[in-house]
Write a protein that binds this ligand. Structure first.
Ligand SMILES: [Zn+2]
Length: 290
């Protein structure tokens, strides 16, 4: 995961950490996913939000600090603080409307401060990382730089290839790469019957759609899962060797695929029943002003 790919302690620690850590994290993610998918009728509630956004980052940071032999207590406290930022960012994002740039940008900064606090906690320092379209901005003790991210670069290309058009105004308003598509006769866009959808850290909607809050929550899940979920580079180390200069932001991809797989096995609907969707619906129904 990202915080370890830049560890100054060298690749040997990463290698030693990798195998058991990845297996444990992946099993924990599957278990958490299974626990959160306790049935279509079970509502996603405040307890689930607190587990995902606050408890899970704190647990993971503490466990990684233990593995890295850095102080565990401070790491947990820093990640807990980050988790509170993440939770607040999710609530703020769910309230966003299309003409509300201040709230959208505020949520974006809150989210990236929160995840940065959590993911750098095991290192005993703070490094700010923020996803901006295909690039991530990093600022820390080693200076500032931009790096391209794997999924965040691929997703816009897929959107364009699928007929979506870049919406520059909305992108600047929301701080999130946004695309638009014409509405079908039934009000949906694209071919999958969705009113709007997201892919990693960008969203697709129609020009008049008001689904920004829900989709922003999804793009924030991308940022959170870059820390919480094992990435493809961790599961398949050969990938990591070939993409060293890139941010491996595929944690969201792995988490989404695992949730969809669980939904398929259970005969549930991917668009409504996976934890990511239920979290987004819970947030928009609980915090959005009507
Ligand atoms: Zn959704």
């Amino acid at each position: 995961m990202s915080s370890f790919s830049h560890e100054p302690r060298g690749p040997r620690l990463v290698t030693r950490f990798a195998a058991p850590a990845i297996i444990t994290i992946f099993l924990a993610a599957l278990a958490l996913s299974g626990w959160l998918m306790t049935g279509r009728s079970a509502a996603f509630n405040g307890r689930d939000l607190a587990v995902l956004n606050i408890a899970a980052p704190a647990f993971l940071a503490g466990w990684r600090a233990h593995r890295c032999k850095t102080p565990v207590g401070p790491a947990i406290l820093q990640a807990l603080a980050g988790g509170l930022f993440i939770q607040k960012a999710m609530e703020t994002a769910s309230k966003c409307r299309d003409d509300d740039p201040w709230r959208a940008w505020r949520a974006k900064f809150l989210m990236n401060i929160g995840t940065s606090l959590a993911e750098s906690a095991p290192e005993g320092r703070f490094r700010y990382r923020m996803d901006l379209g295909p690039f991530w901005f990093e600022a820390g003790p080693g200076g500032c730089r931009f790096r391209p991210a794997l999924h965040a670069t691929l997703a816009p290309l897929l959107n364009l290839a699928d007929g979506a058009r870049l919406d520059l105004n909305r992108t600047l308003r929301l701080g999130t790469l946004s695309f638009e598509r014409n509405r079908n006769s039934d009000g949906t866009i694209g071919r999958n019957g969705a009113l709007a959808y997201s892919n990693a850290n960008n969203l697709v909607t129609n020009r008049d759609g008001d689904h920004v809050g829900h989709e922003l929550v999804h793009t924030f899940q991308y940022r959170r899962e870059a820390f919480l979920s094992p990435s493809l580079g961790q599961i398949f180390p050969a990938i990591r060797c070939r993409t060293g200069r890139w941010i491996d932001d595929t944690g969201w991809s792995v988490a989404w695929a695992a949730e969809c797989l669980m939904a398929d096995i259970r005969g549930q609907k991917r668009d409504f029943d996976i934890p990511m969707e239920r979290e987004a619906y819970e947030l928009t129904s609980s915090f959005r002003c009507h």
